[in-house]
Design a protein around this ligand. Sequence first.
Ligand code: NZQ
Ligand code: ZN
Length: 388
Amino acid sequence: MQNFDYQTPTRLIFGRGAVDEKLAEVMSRFGEKVLLTYGGGSIRKIGLYDRVKEILKDKEIYELPDIQPNPKYDPSVLDGVKICKEHGIDVILSVGGGSVLDCSKAIAAGAKYDGDPWDLISYKATAEDALPIVDIITLAATGSEYDPGGVISRTETNDKIGYVDPHLFPAVSFLDPVYTFSVSRKQTAAGCADAMNHIMEQYFCEDSTLLNDGFMEAGLKSLMINAKKCLEDPEDYEARAEMMLCCTYGCNGIYALGSSDSGWPCHAIEHALSAYYDITHGEGLAIITPRWMEHILSGKTVGRFVKYGVNVFGIDPDQDEYNIARQAIDATYRFFESIGIPMHLRDVGIDGSRIGEMAHHIAVNEGLENAWIPLDENDLVKILTESL
Ligand code: NZQ
Ligand code: ZN
């Protein structure tokens, strides 16, 4: 087992009615001036915007609306930093999905930094402080509510960077599964694929433990069962709740304490896809994952695929190991397909014309030469081409 140094400062407040019960008390600890951040309107449709405004009626509230999926540095991060600096904001309240929260994290760090916030996101400078963040997460997917990362896109350079810093842990995250009842079929499936891939990025590595493997296998099975239930009945509270918690653990590190790092190759590849083509993150991952699996299947990796296939999909262990591994990869593909995810890049508007450019961008920027199974530019071209 590898050494680790682990701390999660985030308070999770989970369950039906959590916002009504505790938001006022939580916000009372952070000062009077609040920046309320949100996306394109879903929180108004579900009545959450009005509810939050009512609960915080005595606060001085400034708003940053219209944060887009794959949140943009310009305008959203820059606009948010400007509001925080001009008005001396005390706390950010992020209400929405992972994109709103990721954008809020970059704003929180930028607000306490004198230079260009891109310096922080691109790791040219390190944050020394950040505004506190409280969030109400409305989509089960990224796990941003329990991790210190935010992913920000800069359109003009086709960059999509995962910005990780301990200052970015939310102070408090509210998770009420009822607010996810309205999530569309597409986003429910994409959220499931994202959370499954977070687990796979930690499962497929050199060193793991029985404990971690069991935890992750259970996470994958729970996500598959509960995502299907959510698709059948979007208001199934228990299914939405369990899916939400599986997602929350995703990028916090808890699934893999003591394991070695895999290098998160599918995320590195997908971030380029959504940077170049602005696609839905979970869909990009679902398309890439089985092709990446096939690409790395070898004597070194086959044992992990056997374990995954037998324990997650119940494949008969009394067979040739490559047979089991290929059935496991096929089962992964079929599951994503069964929840309605388009399984080819062409289905999400990506043709082959920029594969070379994207492969180069990933090879230069993502450090996959140090992944569990190293990937160079040629490997990336092959994986992307197979995904077409
Ligand atoms: O903008 P609104 O109107 O709010 O609509 C959103 C958006 O259109 C909608 N939505 C959210 N909650 C809803 C809802 N619709 C109905 N009912 C609700 N309750 O869903 C759409 C997608 O929202 P978004 O926030 O973009 O989705 P998600 O939470 O999947 O976040 C994706 C972003 O997170 C990044 C991804 O790369 C992507 O940019 N990631 C962040 C991570 C992290 N911080 O740890 C890790 C992940 O691997 C990921 O990279
Ligand atoms: Zn992800």
